[in-house]
Design a protein around this ligand. Sequence first.
Ligand code: F6P
Length: 537
Amino acid sequence: MSNKIWERLAAHFEATRRRPIASLFTENPRRFEEFSLSLDDMLFDFSKSAVDATARDLLLELAEDTNVLEKRDAMFSGVAVNRTEGRAALHTALRNRSDEPVFVDGSDVMPEVRETLARMADFTCDLESGKITASDGTAFTEVVNIGIGGSDLGPAMTTAALAPYHKNLRLHFVSNVDGAEIADLLKTLDAARTLFIIASKTFTTIETMTNAATAKAWIEAAVGRDKAARHFAAVSTALEKTAAFGIDPARVFGFADWVGGRYSVWGPIGLPLMLAIGADNFLEFLEGGFEMDRHFQTAPPAQNIPLMLGLTGIWHNNICGFGARAILPYDQRLARLPAYLQQLDMESNGKRITLADAEIARDSGPLVFGEAGTNGQHAFYQLLHQGSRIIPCEFLMAASSHEPQLQAHHDLLLANCLAQSEALMQGRSEKEVQPKTGMKPGDALHRTFPGNRPSITLLYRKLTPRTLGRIIALYEHRVFVEGAIWNVNSFDQWGVELGKELAAGLKPMVSGEAAIEGAKGSTGGLLRAIAALRAGS
Ligand code: F6P
C-alpha cells in the first residue's frame, strides 16, 4: 500500500512543482492559520513550505500506513524498539513527570529514575551549599564535564542555552581527544577549585578515557594522589568501570542501557546542566520535554507538531529531493543546537538498512547543518538564496529576549529572521531588479533570486528551561517519525564502529610502537610522511 502513497505524493509534487509557494497565500488567505500549529506559547509554522492540503492528507495517510503512531506507542511503552541492540528506547521515562509507571521487562523503572534524579539534586544542593568541598575544604567553583557525542553535546548545548539561569558554578566541557582542547582549558583553571565529571555511558570511549586520565594526572599533581578522588564524579551505565577508575560510588550517577547516548540529556548526563541552573530549573526543563511527549502521544495527527514536522521533512527529503536541512536558530544561546541536532538526526537516521533487513528503497536521513542567525547570513546564506541546490531552512526565534535593556538588538534579530524566510519564498525576478545606470546586459540576472525556497519557523515566547525541553523533545520525536516511516532503527549507531576499530589498529603505527611496513596505499604513505616529518622536527 505505502508504495501507492509514495507514488501519489510524487505525482502531486510533479503537478505542483512550478507553483510558487507565495501563491498559496493568495489562494487561501487563511493559509497561515491552517498550516501552523501551537502548543501553549510555541508556534510551529509550516505555511512557507509547499505542503498544501492534498500533500498534507497524503503525508498523513503515509504515516498511518507505515504505523507511525503504533510505533510511537511501542516506544513509549518500553518495547525493545532498538532491535539491533536488543533494547527499549526510553529516554521519555527520564522526563516522565506523571505518576504513571513505565515498564521494562515487566518491572517499573520509574522508582529508580526518581531516585537518581533526587541524588543528582542532592549533589547539586551540596555543591551549592558548600557541604561538598574540594580537597582543601573550600568550595568548588569550576566543573569540567569530560565526555563526547551524547555525553557532551546535550549538556554543553543546554548549559549554553540557559546561561541566564546560571548560578554560581562555572561549567566547562572537554570532548575532543585532541590534547589542544584540554590543555587550553586547564591553563585557565585552578586545580584546587575544580571538579571533573567523567561522563560516558560505556566508560570505554577512547576520547573520554584519554582526557579523563590527563585530568586525573593534573589533579594528582596539584592536590596529591590521596586527595584526588574528591575532585571527580562520574555518569555512566558501567559502574564497575567507574570504580576501577577510582571514583567514589557515592559520586557516581548511573543510568540504564535503554537510554541512548544522544537521547540522554534528560538524566544523569544532564548533571552539568543541573549544576549550572539548579535542580528546580532542571525539573522545569524535564516538564517541557514531558509536555511535548504528552502532545505527541495525544494530539490528533493533523494537529500533532512532531508528526507534522517529521512529515514536512519527508516531503522535502523524499518527495522534493532536497537532501539537506539547515537549522537556523535566531537565538544566540542556541548556537550549539545545529551541532546537537547533527548527532540526534544523522546518527539516528543516517541508515540504509531497514528493520526488514533490506536496503532502503529511498533516501534516509538528510544532511543537517546550521549556524546561529545572523552569523549564518554572512557566511552561507548566499547558497541558500541563489545556489543551484534547494535547502529547506528551519528557523527558530523567541518573541522576547532575556535582555530587555537591549530591545533594539532583539527587534533587529527578529526582523532579520522574518526577512530571510520571506526572501527565500518570494525571491526577486529580473523584472524586479532595478537596473542601475551603466549596468551591463546580463548583470541584472546575478541579482535575481529564484525564490520558492521552503522554510519552517518555530516561534516561542522566550528561551526558558521549559521551552528548551519542548524544543529538544520536539526534534527527538521528529527524528522518530522520519525513522518510523523509513522503517530504520533510529536508536543504534553501528556506523561509528569501523573507524574506531581501524584507529585502534593504527595508533601503534602512528606512535612508532609497531612497524608501518605492512601499511599500504594512501594510509601507508601518510604514516610514512608523518614519521618523516616527526623525525625532521
Ligand atoms: O559516537 C558514538 C557514540 O557511541 C555516541 O552514540 C555516543 O553518544 C558517544 O559515542 C559517546 O559514548 P559514551 O557515552 O559511551 O562515551
